[in-house]
Design a protein around this ligand. Sequence first.
Ligand code: SF4
Ligand code: SF4
Length: 412
Amino acid sequence: MNKIEFEDKDYLSKDKLIDLSDIDTIYMPLVVNFSTDVEILVKKGKKIKKNDPIAIKKDLDFSIVSPVNGIINDISECVYLDGRTVKCVVIEKKGRQPKEEMVEDINAYTKEEYLELLKKYGVTSMGGGNFPTYIKYEPILKTLIVNAVECEPYITSDYVLAKEYFKEIIETINAIISINKLRECFIAINEKYSDLLSIYSNNTINYSKIHIVSVKDFYPIGWEKTLIKEITKESYDKLPQEKGIVVNNISTIYSIYKALKYNTCIDKRFVTISGERVKEPTNALLRIGTNLKDVLPNIELIAGDTIKYVSGGPMMGRALPKNDLIVTQNLNGILFLDDIEDKKVYPCFRCGKCVEMCPANIVPVLIKDKVNNPEALKKLNPEKCIECGMCSFICPSNIDVRSFVKKAKRSR
Ligand code: SF4
Ligand code: SF4
């Protein structure tokens, strides 16, 4: 496995926190699992309650739900974290917000009730594509791997959540094990987070099925295929479920906690605010549906030329066309970088470095060449790309190889 080891994170923000969640206008992008093929269920001017469905993706039987009580203000457009302009529902937060009622024993749910809650409260993966979590739990499973590895430079939002909510996370993992009758759970924590390793080791002593694993700090150890191999030595073809394994990001576990313990969707998340143009890198608690433009006045930036906004980290993130990015469940960071002129791009000279580096074992250079040839792409498997960005990072000709592979992947 090829890997990149980053030096100390220059813009480490793990010890600072700010709360910017006091926002009234909520934008909900109509995207599920990167697809915009969803049907809108609401009309402008109508009242909506927290947890009511806004739109449904019929083929996945999954709804996007409202994170607030309010009024549908508009059906408009916004920027999604992958840079696309997509349709969104705009909600004005109005009236008293619902009180959260606590469920005493979350171990008592049946598996059917568990799946129903994850579906009803719109739980999706908070570490990558917003894939509905209930689908991952439908098969019979034996192992849960909780991914608290966070291997991208700059990003520390999972670290903060894992530290702030360790009791809730352990309670939820214990319930998931019991409800799904799992044999074991591994919480994978990056070796650089020694404080997290101690917290989780000390607080799981009485849970015989929960094991804490310290994993090496390299990129892309957080990719589920790599992580599963590292921890269980197992390999799979298409999905970890083939081996009875489910992988959840640690933030997703917190979203499951909200669904089980309070019967509600997640309405806020930590987002790392970092990059060379931020005066004090931090983690901000932001409401789901926040437009970056609305909280920008609270972020102290270093004056200078134009800023480049990036959603996510420097490897997997995406440079945005403008600053009205929306905070979604799967947005872990926003970087503010100098918008320096892009590096000069040279022709590909077939060095093969992108092929050597690709953890998905595909041939990025050939996919790039055949990006507009659907017949040829069939044999090149661009759908296996995990969008890690290692091919672009390594390319000596400065070719953004990943963008070609992503285009090929989306076209299939
Ligand atoms: S972005 Fe895709 S093609 Fe490029 S190295 Fe990563 S997995 Fe391979
Ligand atoms: S790394 Fe760049 S130059 Fe080398 S083969 Fe891949 S695309 Fe071509």
